[in-house]
Design a protein around this ligand. Structure first.
Ligand code: AMP
Ligand code: MG
Length: 415
């Protein structure tokens, strides 16, 4: 049965589950997805400390006295044990150093005139000034990194601050990639008459790596039983096997047959999309097997729409579907199929919102438009055409491409 995109995704995502946790060291955690929650084992900061280089004082003294005698120094990294701010005195202190007893405010260096022994204040001082109080940032026990968090440099900083040198994150799926076809040679090899470079393996591996998963190139299987059988057997050792080509109805399209012989249970073949329609999906135990069509554009779009969400889910991500934005068309788009049509477009962010135009020839054999496109417009099977000026949903392939530096001035955006 031909699946709708939603039906195909539902079948795939039922099978794709976050992989079991593994323990990973601090240096390798960025981009990984937390498989445990981390709460603060202690208050942050751990003790009251100075926010500035300056002087630890008693605020009340500062109201009544015109100058304070400097009595002691607490550099960063030292203990304040035994140190005390006595009435009428100030203790010199560095940023981050623990505040001594008796102190209820810090006066920054620049708010004083001072010499070795005496300071004079240039400003009013209130109790609490420039003290970072114990637990004011994070309280002991507070859950700071819930399971499912994608770890960014900020989370890494927190883990290190909490002296946490490793944590549990979801294991990375290993993704075997297999190219099939008698016409294929490895890139870099001389292509004889009728031969082409195996380019799909490399775009698929790149797409897998971009998500943070681990590609494993199996090489090229020829369009015959022994070769396919051998490569597929090797691929079934990985968490996911992605093949390209040999999955349509041609004479030598043997991939599905060999998968079946290898014990793969096919859950669907054919999705009502273009490009990417002849995709098959199957299972062997917990292993997911995607058989993508051979045209480079078809294999890339099928990966993006069907495989990418599965890999993201296995990696532990919760946000697994590309964000769509509504764009106003600058050129007409046609859907000559009765399928969900992915059209390569060029999108642009303007002050009035996104605009998009066709990137050119939409034939699945045309790679150039895939290179020129930065977004994919999605037309439903019922929508045969859209005119200039109409709105269309587009998936942005690289949202940061549209970034500009924006500041909030007093007018606010759009005023
Ligand atoms: P097929 O699905 O086997 O009929 O292949 C469809 C088209 O994709 C043919 O023109 C193939 O030559 C091409 N093709 C198949 N595999 C690859 C590959 N790995 N790299 C580039 N093109 C391919
Ligand atoms: Mg072929």
């Amino acid at each position: 049965m031909v699946q709708s995109l939603e039906g195909a995704l539902a079948l795939i995502l039922q099978q794709a589950t976050p992989l079991a946790p593994e323990v990973v060291g601090l240096e390798h955690l960025v981009g990984r997805v937390a498989a445990e929650s981390i709460s603060a084992p202690w208050d942050m900061p751990r003790w009251d400390n100075s926010e500035m280089d300056g002087f630890a004082v008693r605020a009340a003294d500062c109201q009544s006295l015109s100058q304070l005698r400097v009595d002691g120094f607490i550099p960063a990294g030292s203990s304040a044990a035994g140190m005390r701010v006595n009435p009428g005195t100030a203790v010199r202190i560095m940023t981050g150093a623990p505040v001594p007893s008796g102190c209820d405010a810090i006066v920054p260096l620049e708010d004083t005139t001072h010499d070795e022994d005496v300071i004079r204040l240039k400003k009013q001082v209130q109790p609490g000034d420039y003290i970072r109080f114990c637990g004011s940032d994070i309280a002991a026990g507070e859950v700071m990194i819930p399971a499912g968090t994608v770890l960014r440099p900020a989370e890494i900083n927190l883990l290190a601050a909490l002296s946490c040198v490793k944590m549990k994150v979801h294991r990375l799926p290993q993704v075997a990639i297999l190219s099939t076809g008698d016409e294929l040679v490895h890139p870099g090899e001389m292509a004889g008459p009728g031969q082409i470079s195996d380019s799909n393996a490399y775009s698929l591996a790149a797409a897998v790596r971009e998500l943070g998963a681990e590609p494993l190139l199996l090489g090229i299987a020829r369009d015959e039983h022994t070769s396919l059988k051998e490569k597929i057997a090797a691929g079934l050792n990985a968490d996911v096997l992605i093949s390209s080509a040999g999955v349509s109805t041609g004479d030598r399209d043997l991939v599905r047959e060999i998968l079946e012989e290898a014990g793969v249970k096919e859950l669907f073949w054919k999705v009502n999309i273009k490009p990417g329609g002849p995709t098959a999906f199957g299972l062997k135990e917990a292993k997911l097997i995607f058989s993508l069509p051979g045209n480079p554009v078809s294999s890339m779009i099928a990966f993006d729409q069907l495989v990418r969400p599965a890999l993201l889910k296995m990696l532990g991500h919760e946000k697994i579907i590309r964000a769509s934005v509504s764009a106003r068309l600058k050129s007409p788009l046609v859907n000559e199929t009765k399928k969900l049509r992915f059209i390569r477009v060029r999108a642009e962010a303007t002050p009035a919102g996104f605009v998009a135009e066709s990137a050119g020839d939409q034939n699945t054999g045309v790679l150039k438009t895939m290179i020129q496109a930065n977004a994919i417009a999605v037309l439903t099977p019922e929508c045969s055409a859209l005119a200039v000026g109409e709105q269309v949903w587009v998936q942005l392939l690289n949202p940061e491409e549209f970034s500009t530096i924006q500041f909030h001035d007093c007018q606010g955006p759009g005023e």
